[in-house]
Design a protein around this ligand. Structure first.
Ligand code: AMP
Ligand code: MG
Length: 499
């Protein structure tokens, strides 16, 4: 049963060819023995694809890269990027191939990309492949982020290849079919800026505007309007990461999207205990992308985008720089406002009072000083907000802190702040639960699920976790164990990008 894709490949219509083109055309490299591990049926339907056809042998062949569907125009995208602050003028899709774009049932255009689909002209020393662990990790975490309401790329399918990939040891290989509202990144603009190719830069800008900021086309300075759009989207995205305890781990400019979606789940992880300086990634030795540094890192990345766009911001260099600075100055206030609003939702505050920021910071400081679990603490706070009798349900919150007294004092301060707002305990608790998930992809649970899949060929834990994380705001008492932070011996302190 051959699946039909209604492709409309706008990116493929841009000029290609190396060096200096937007992309290099090539088909994925076939694999030995493709087997479907997981298909995201609701997402397939949203994309207008038939899940049954995708799950059939013909469909799996497409998802593995063994067959190219009708209408696809497979290509590897060109881009550059700053990796940990160092500029690489040519990165590009070294292990991914864009099959094409489809317009979904919701009218939105999305890329369908295969990741781990074989070498491309951008592979450098890499093998173009992906191991099963990182593929399942991206599947799990990106789908969890989507269920948490965070803009993100999505996972359409994971297929095992029947081939080994050689990392430190041989590992089972896999291909991820990834869906994104586009794969344009800050690094896409840097690629042309570094080559001094202003005509291509202008073309890319027009292209990005058509896809992400159609309103910007009529602006006096479309490139400036695009930059403002990206700044606004990223200033809305990063607070969502912080409010959930998410650490991206490798915020290089090639992993910073123009769409404002979270992209490239390599060494990402979620906080258990609240710790602003927390780093999981094995390669982030300096803590450049530590939890609390993410706003600064994003601002830095946006400055690189602004720099790349300078020739389009104004003919006069000084005016162009002033325009870039003005756009970048928008990031801080937008980030702060969104972060504060998010903290208000998490703590159940309806209105804004002047000392709210201080009250909420006091809670975060307390969590940091006493290693309270970030997710459980906010969820417990939601539960206490709904308790009928004053003081009921506080125990679960207090038990998360090493010392009770300071936490109890904070609760009293919070309760007196709540008393200034007319809202029933039940509706406040409901609103707070909708802002404070019970379930996040805890690192030790993710690692355990991937370990079972890789070493025992047991997808049970992966499926269970994926199912629970598809309803992260619902109490699921039967899965209580998946809510809990790791025991000391279960802690996973390091994550790897697995490339
Ligand atoms: P990432 O850290 O995954 O964002 O990748 C950074 C760059 O390295 C991109 O250009 C990737 O395409 C490339 N890359 C990562 N892993 C591989 C691999 N196994 N083979 C070829 N290229 C890779
Ligand atoms: Mg990347």
């Amino acid at each position: 049963m051959t699946p039909r894709f209604a492709f409309d490949n706008s990116f493929a219509r841009l000029p290609g060819g190396l060096p200096g083109g937007f992309h290099a055309r090539l088909a994925p490299t076939p694999v030995a023995e493709p087997r479907l591990i997981r298909l995201n049926r609701p997402l397939a339907e949203l994309l207008g694809l038939d899940p049954e056809a995708l799950a059939s042998p013909e469909g799996v062949a497409i998802l593995a890269g063994n067959a190219v569907p009708e209408g696809a125009e497979p290509l590897a995208m060109a881009y550059a990027g700053h990796q940990f602050g160092g500029f690489v003028p040519q990165l590009g899709d070294g292990r991914a191939i864009l099959l094409g774009e489809v317009v979904g049932r919701d009218g939105l255009r999305r890329d369908i990309q295969l990741k781990g689909s074989g070498p491309t002209p951008f592979s450098r020393r890499g093998d173009g492949r992906a191991a099963l662990g990182p593929v399942l990790r991206e599947y799990l975490v990106s789908e969890a982020m989507a269920a948490l309401g965070v803009p993100t790329t999505r996972a359409l399918a994971a297929v095992s290849t029947g081939e080994a990939v050689l990392r430190e040891t041989p590992l089972p290989g896999a291909v991820l079919a990834r869906v994104a509202s586009s794969h344009l990144r800050v690094g896409s603009f840097q690629f042309f800026a570094a080559r001094g190719d202003v005509a291509a830069l202008r073309r890319l800008t027009d292209y990005a505007i058509a896809r992400h900021d159609p309103g910007a086309a009529g602006a006096p300075r479309p490139a400036r309007a695009l930059l403002d759009g990206v700044v606004a989207r990223q200033a809305a995205l990063v607070p969502q990461w912080l409010l959930l305890g998410f650490i991206h781990g490798v915020m290089n400019t090639d992993n910073t999207s123009i769409s404002g979606e979270t992209i490239d789940y390599g060494p990402c992880a979620f906080l258990d205990a609240y710790e602003p300086g927390k780093v999981f990634s094995s390669i982030d030795l300096g803590g450049r992308y530590a939890y609390g540094n993410q706003p600064r890192a994003m601002h830095w990345n946006l400055a690189r985008l602004a720099e790349a766009l300078l020739p389009l911001l104004d003919e006069e260099e000084e005016a162009a720089i002033a325009s870039a600075q003005e756009a970048l100055a928008g990031f801080g206030p937008a980030f702060e406002a969104a972060y504060l609003a998010g903290l208000r939702r998490k703590t159940g505050l309806l209105s804004a009072r002047r000392d709210d920021a201080e009250t909420m910071q006091a809670l975060l400081d307390l969590m940091a000083a006493q290693q309270a679990d970030f997710t459980l603490a906010f969820r417990a706070l939601a539960d206490t907000a709904g308790a009928d009798a004053a003081g009921a349900g506080e125990e679960a919150f207090l038990a998360l802190f090493a010392e009770r007294e300071p936490a109890a004092a904070w609760l009293a301060r919070w309760r007196s702040r709540l008393a200034q707002e007319p809202l029933s305990p039940a509706s406040r608790a409901g609103a707070m639960r909708a802002a404070n998930p019970a379930f996040i992809p805890r690192n030790h649970r993710v690692e355990a699920a991937l370990g079972a899949a890789i070493w025992q060929r047991d997808l049970g834990p992966f499926e269970t976790l994926l199912g629970v994380l598809s309803r992260p705001f619902d109490d699921q008492p039967e899965h209580r164990a998946l809510m809990l932070p790791p025991q000391p011996e279960e802690r996973v302190e390091r994550t790897f990008c697995g490339t």
